[in-house]
Design a binder for this molecule. Structure first.
Ligand code: HEC
Ligand code: HEC
Length: 398
């Protein structure tokens, strides 16, 4: 009897010990599993940190000559990569979303009121409409439309003041209407993939609008860098991502130049696709013709300005006298006769000179500036109206 009790007790004890041991092991396994994740994360972070460090070294050895020591680009040489535009930042996103929301609300209210009067709505539907109207009034007061208009005006002011702050960047080629570089290019992939692809194959075609195009860097395309080095540089570039501010935008020295503005060069009816084949009297005769065509159009200097500063990136070069003649000095230099006193330009009027220097820059190279830096393909990329607008803009500097 006594022995039996002892045994039972012992069996219970064993079960208890067994359960305790089992739970103990589970806790231990769980603990290791949880820690393993942390350990792996720390390992990944260390790995990424080392990769970014290597990337920084490779960047300063290979990329800074064109993209600048801090990746903010060099005027007239290459666009900034440490640049909110490359990272797809839209500084207007919040303002625009709120504006859109309020605008559609403003359209909804009269519709709701009309529905309330309407015979075709059931009582249940009208209850719903009343509920909706009540909730709008709760948020926007007795006179919601007035309140909404006031808020819309305020948003418009915010937008305008942001735009004013951005002006120095716009002068360097930033286009607030197309804030995201990748979206503008129609790139469907991620930014790291974009950086990697650009590094691997380069941008040989950018030769037509940059003095030194971006070469292919990958050994796979005949360049100097291994795949792991390319990945390190990519990680370094991605490491610039942060909470972007307007100051970051203003720190960029050069924005990307956009060839084929207007939805791609193919949409543009080129004003003079083959003009660079002409010289001397033939060139002069063709320029004469183009001036005739342009003079017949109604020019829009404001549009010319936005093409010049944004779409075509002219200002990217022409806002720094070390890179290209200053925009504001070109027209005064022509009307004062300074530029046109050069015997090479005999017979050219100021307007003819502008047409020639935009469409066939190498036909006459401004003294003290290199030839071949100004893109040679504007004859293909501009139509007559764009040219007329740009000329009107340049002429606005008296
Ligand atoms: C010889 C000058 C030069 C060097 C050196 C150079 N690049 Fe570029 N890079 C350019 C130019 C010019 C562009 C603009 C090409 C275009 O607009 O199509 C460009 C474009 C890019 C772009 C795409 C940016 C965009 O907005 O389209 C990336 C990314 C880039 N370069 C990364 C690098 C990295 C990283 C290195 C160093 C391994 C490097 N580049 C070295 C001239 C250079
Ligand atoms: C990549 C830099 C670059 C870009 C982009 C560029 N230019 Fe130029 N531009 C130059 C340089 C350099 C010169 C001086 C050398 C020469 O005459 O070609 C010049 C010369 C000119 C001249 C003659 C200036 C004078 O004072 O005599 C005009 C006009 C001109 N550019 C207009 C434009 C317009 C318009 C655009 C855009 C559609 C544009 N440029 C884009 C670099 C550039």
């Amino acid at each position: 009897m006594n022995l039996k009790r002892l045994l039972v007790e012992r069996i219970e004890n064993r079960i208890l010990v067994g359960i305790t041991a089992f739970l103990g092991i589970m806790v231990l396994v769980g603990w290791v599993a949880i820690n393993e994740q942390g350990r792996m994360l720390a390992f990944d972070q260390q790995h990424l940190g080392r990769s970014v460090e290597h990337g920084a070294e490779l960047f300063s050895a290979n990329c800074t000559t064109c993209h600048g020591p801090d990746g903010r680009g060099l005027t007239g040489v290459a666009p900034g990569l440490n640049n909110p535009s490359l990272f797809g930042v839209d500084f207007f996103a919040d303002i625009d979303a709120k504006t859109e929301e309020l605008t559609s609300l403003k359209e909804e209210i009269p519709q709701l009121q009309a529905d309330l009067e309407s015979d075709t709505k059931t009582l249940a539907e009208k209850d719903q409409i009343n509920e909706r109207l009540a909730s709008i009034q709760e948020e926007y007061g007795e006179n919601p439309i007035e309140q909404i208009d006031a808020q819309l005006a305020d948003l418009q002011n915010q937008r305008q003041s942001l735009l004013t702050q951005m002006q120095p960047a716009i002068d360097k080629g930033y286009d607030p209407e197309n804030p995201s570089r990748l979206e503008y290019l129609g790139w469907g992939g991620t930014l790291p993939a974009f950086v990697q692809t650009t590094l691997i194959s380069g941008r040989p075609t950018s030769e037509s609008y940059w003095p030194n195009p971006m070469a292919a860097w990958s050994q796979r395309a005949g360049g100097p860098l291994r795949d792991d080095q390319i990945e390190n540089i990519m990680n370094y570039v991605m490491n610039w991502d942060r909470d972007w501010t307007i100051d970051d935008l203003l720190a960029v020295n050069q924005f990307a130049v956009r060839p084929g503005i207007g939805g791609g060069a193919s949409d543009v009816e080129s004003v003079a696709p083959n003009i660079t084949e002409l010289q001397g009297a033939d060139l002069k005769a063709r320029v004469d013709e183009i001036v005739g065509e342009v003079d017949g159009l109604e020019a829009d200097a404001a549009n010319g300005q936005s093409l010049y500063n944004g779409g075509l990136g002219c200002s990217g070069c022409h806002s720094n006298a070390a890179v290209a003649p200053l925009t504001e000095l070109t027209w005064p230099g022509l009307t004062s006769g300074d530029r046109l006193s050069d015997p090479a330009l005999e017979g050219y009027t100021p307007e003819q000179y502008l047409v020639m220097s935009i469409l066939h820059p190498n036909a006459y190279v401004v003294p003290n500036y290199p030839s071949g830096v100004m893109p040679q393909d504007f004859g293909k990329r501009l139509d007559a109206q764009m040219l007329a607008d740009i000329i009107a803009y340049l002429e606005s500097y008296e």
